[in-house]
Write a protein that binds this ligand. Structure first.
Ligand code: KIV
Ligand code: ZN
Length: 512
């Protein structure tokens, strides 16, 4: 019988620390709901002390999610812990995750604390956290570069103070499979009360070893894996959820572990994350990359036709690639749209469905075949619109260089119009938006991708805009590339305006 392990997903926290992966509250909620469908045991929703926006996002995720546990991160200081506990107030199953570094390098150069001081801080932090939230995880940051005897001491203190989970992270992606396995064995066997807690492994992928290290940690006694969708995360990323889960499932002759992940939700989760963040999935990424199940060579194709097992170690269906991708056409009707949206996991009220239907008909008019990914993009963009300050009503552009753009934006009941000239139609439109919204943005990155195949494909635009040093990402989708770019720019403007409002309370982002 397989030993069940817990999957702790940190896409919304460590994953969000990936350059370019920041998510707002509404995006986090959408992804959290998908993670719940995926069956993760714990969703780490964020770091509430970081900003008012981050606090609100964690609070909303905590309020929305009912089946998975929801975790919030806090440094081992009272202000962080109290803020995290407050964000988790309405969670059905809250987890307060507090951490402090334990390696001498971090103690000396970052914390400027002695070992006894760190022990005391860990003790106080876990006691305070436990007095506020019933379940507490304690992380010994940079554990894999820490002295093992000291790790034993810290673990004993955290357990005595009430921790339920002890996480020993490979913060800098430095360890190796045998080393991490031995570290877990050492700590677990030297801590008398180790049986009272769950040991967790959190790995970074700097040497490309995160998944191997996570699997080795299980062999050493860890029973919780911390991971992210598509492996996103700080620097080279974290353990990739899809890889570690499918490695366990495919090689269960070696890894006698299992977990509650609904593997058919893996590809939908991966796609949704990519749509939300704009981070493309490499074609050769295991499990979720476009080529992961593609067989190019004639010999391989021949083998596949004879028997798929010749070259396939798992089926595409098992990770959610079997769903028919062609969704709907113009005549599918409202009921067909509602059914397919529900099958993809989106719950909508009547009003939201009506709005989506109008957009869908608009798209189906331009593009005969509407695919699942088109539909996802429409839903993701629409959910955002409900919370935006400015909506795009119309964009008209003339000429090329110089180009002129006329923009109509809606703000509440008002329609605001302005025009501008620029080096090209997109530039002209951005200048006109700046004038209406009274901001000044510099377009720094601009990427266009086709969502689905075909000449009339929906174009996805992803931009980064610099507003006096504050970098905001934006995305937009349309069958017109110019409109997609304008929507993406406007998205960044809306985010910047929301950010400005949120910083009014003066909470400064902490240094981790
Ligand atoms: O990498 C790390 O050490 C972390 C901790 C906060 C768990 O992300
Ligand atoms: Zn991390």
């Amino acid at each position: 019988m397989a030993t069940m392990i817990e999957i702790f997903d940190t896409t919304l926290r460590d994953g969000e620390q990936s350059p370019g992966a920041s998510m707002d509250e509404h995006e986090k909620i959408q992804l959290a709901l998908q993670l719940e469908r995926l069956g993760v045991d714990i969703i780490e929703a964020g770091f509430p002390i970081a900003s008012k926006q981050e606090f609100e996002a964690v609070r909303k995720v905590a309020e929305t999610i009912k089946t998975s546990r929801v975790a919030a991160l806090a440094r081992a200081v009272p202000g962080d812990i109290e803020r995290a506990a407050s964000a988790l107030k309405s969670a059905a199953k809250p987890v307060l995750h507090t951490f402090i570094a334990t390696s001498d390098i971090h103690l000396e150069h970052k914390l400027r604390m002695t070992r006894p001081q760190v022990l005391e801080a860990a003790d106080n932090a876990v006691r305070l956290a436990k007095s506020l939230v019933p379940r507490v995880e304690f992380s010994a940051e940079d554990a894999t570069r820490s002295d093992w005897e000291y790790l034993v001491e810290v673990t004993k203190v955290a357990i005595a103070a009430g921790a339920d989970v002890i996480n020993l992270p490979d913060t800098v992606g430095f360890t190796t499979p045998t080393e991490i396995r031995d570290m877990f064995r050492y700590v677990i066997s030297h801590v008398p009360d180790s049986g009272k807690v769950v040991f967790s492994s959190h790995n970074h992928n700097d040497l490309g070893l995160a998944v191997s290290n996570a699997l080795a940690a299980l062999e050493g006694g860890a029973r919780q894996i911390e991971c992210t969708i598509n492996g996103i995360g700080e620097r080279a990323g974290n353990t990739s959820l899809e890889e570690v889960v499918m490695a366990m499932r495919t090689r269960n002759d070696i890894y006698t572990f299992d977990c509650g992940i609904q593997s058919r939700e893996i590809v939908p989760s991966s796609t949704l994350l990519s749509k939300i963040t704009g981070l493309a999935i490499p074609y050769n990424k295991p499990i979720v990359g476009r080529n992961a199940f593609a067989h190019e060579s004639g010999i391989h194709q021949h083998g596949m036709i004879a028997n798929a097992k010749t070259y396939e170690i798992m089926t595409p269906e098992s990770v959610g690639r079997n769903r028919s991708d062609l969704v709907l056409g113009k005549h599918s009707g409202r009921a067909g749209l509602a059914k397919r949206s529900a099958e993809l996991g989106y719950q909508m009220d009547e009003q939201q469905l009506n709005k989506l239907y109008d957009k869908f008909i608009d798209l189906a008019d331009k593009k005969k075949e509407v695919y699942d990914d088109d539909l996802r993009m429409l839903i993701v963009s629409q959910n955002k619109e409900d919370f935006e300050i400015f909506h795009l009503k119309e964009v008209d552009t003339f000429g090329h260089n110089p180009a002129k753009a006329i923009i109509k934006l809606v703000k509440g009941d008002e329609t605001l119009t302005d025009s501008a000239t620029g080096d090209g139609p997109v530039h002209a439109a951005c200048v006109a938006i700046d004038r209406i919204a009274e901001v000044s943005g510099q377009l720094e990155t601009f990427e266009i991708r086709a969502t689905t195949p075909g000449k009339e494909a929906l174009g996805e635009a992803y931009v980064t805009v610099n507003f006096s040093g504050k970098h905001m990402k934006g995305k937009g989708a349309s069958t017109s590339i110019i409109e997609a770019a304008v929507l993406a720019y406007l998205d960044a403007v809306n985010k910047y305006l929301a950010y400005q409002e949120s910083t009014d309370d003066g909470i400064a982002a902490p240094v981790m």
